[in-house]
Write a protein that binds this ligand. Structure first.
Ligand code: DGY
Length: 327
């Protein structure tokens, strides 16, 4: 069945080729920026489905005006940019791309831990400023990760993979805080479930891997940072809205925690004059957790496959709101 699909960015070619092979007619937004919501609404009006991503605002306003859409295929595992409840009410199925970016994102969380612990970005910047100087026996001192305790907030696929890396590389003890218990992961990691306050108090590194939801929005606020060890490192590769940025700045300035590694900020992009960018024990990256050739290509294939299967068989391999299909 030939369909008109709006493709909101230039996604990796592997998935695009699959859609073209199925003879779907694609309109590809080829600018280097995302569409504004008005552009997105206008463009969606004469399409059957959209292939979109986390910078596209698929909220109630969009959905009410584009209720004709047969499917929304999200190029990302997270879907907090989509009002899924509203899409479900309108009977629009939403697909996403879990699993294929797990390794890439876990690698980045792990890398951020080392980058922060050894002040890598800050030290690099001293060279750019011509401040290398000479070998300093008491300068540039970081901390070691071996044998430390990792606290995972949100023990899903990426949290588990990150914990495995930490365990294998540094023999870290793992504790976790999750909505539900995860006995398989507990066995795999010898991990212990704890409540939020215990996670904060006992972890040397807290790594955030949960979804952004009304329950998790802003949970890492000043009150939470005050409960952490002054030597602790805070890592967030999930969504910027899960921590309160001004509170994090305050916590670092006051020495409530030692350092932070962020792949996500709120808002994105972070402003270039944000004080976090000048801090010695902070490393901020521009939301690149899934940015490997392998992961992005696999995400493109999965997002395309979700559409192709939907139009061929009425099923979506990775669906966010399966109740819509069952109806
Ligand atoms: C996701 O998939 O949700 C990441 O944040 C971007 O790849």
């Amino acid at each position: 069945m030939k369909k008109k699909i709006l493709v909101t960015r230039q996604y990796p070619p592997a998935g695009i080729r699959l859609l073209e092979k199925e003879n779907h007619v694609l309109t590809i937004w080829d600018k280097s920026r995302s569409m504004t919501q008005d552009e997105l609404i206008r463009a969606s009006l004469d399409h059957d489905a959209i292939l979109c991503t986390l910078t596209d605002r698929i909220d109630a306003r969009f959905l009410d005006q584009c209720r004709h859409l047969e499917m929304i295929s999200q190029f990302a595992v997270g879907f907090d940019n989509i009002d899924v409840k509203h899409a479900t009410q309108l009977g629009i199925p939403v697909g996403h791309t879990p699993g294929v970016l797990t390794r890439a994102t876990a690698d980045l969380a792990f890398g951020l831990m080392i980058a922060v612990a050894r002040k890598m970005i800050f030290n690099h910047k001293t060279i750019l400023r011509g401040e290398w100087g000479s070998f300093n026996p008491t300068g540039h001192l970081g901390v070691e990760l071996k044998g430390k305790r990792l606290g995972v907030f949100g023990l899903g696929r990426i949290g588990i993979e990150t914990a495995l890396l930490c365990k294998k590389a540094y023999d870290m003890d793992v504790i976790y805080c999750n909505r539900t218990g995860n006995p398989d992961a507990e066995a795999l990691l010898d991990a212990k479930p704890v409540d939020f306050d215990t996670l904060l108090a006992k972890s040397d590194i807290v790594s955030v891997h949960c979804v952004l939801s009304p329950q998790t929005e802003g949970v890492f606020d000043l009150k939470a940072f005050k409960k952490m060890k002054p030597t602790a490192i805070f890592i967030n590769t999930a969504r910027g809205g899960i921590h309160r940025e001004t509170d994090l700045i305050q916590a670092l300035e006051q020495g409530l925690i030692w350092g932070a590694g962020l792949d996500v900020t709120d808002p994105e992009p972070m402003s270039a004059d944000n004080p976090l960018l000048d801090m010695e024990t902070v490393c901020v990256l521009p939301h690149v957790g899934s940015a490997t050739v392998e992961a992005r290509s696999a995400m493109s294939v999965l997002a395309a496959t979700n559409l192709i299967e939907f139009y061929k068989n009425g099923t979506i391999p990775h669906i966010v709101n399966p109740e819509v299909i069952k109806k």
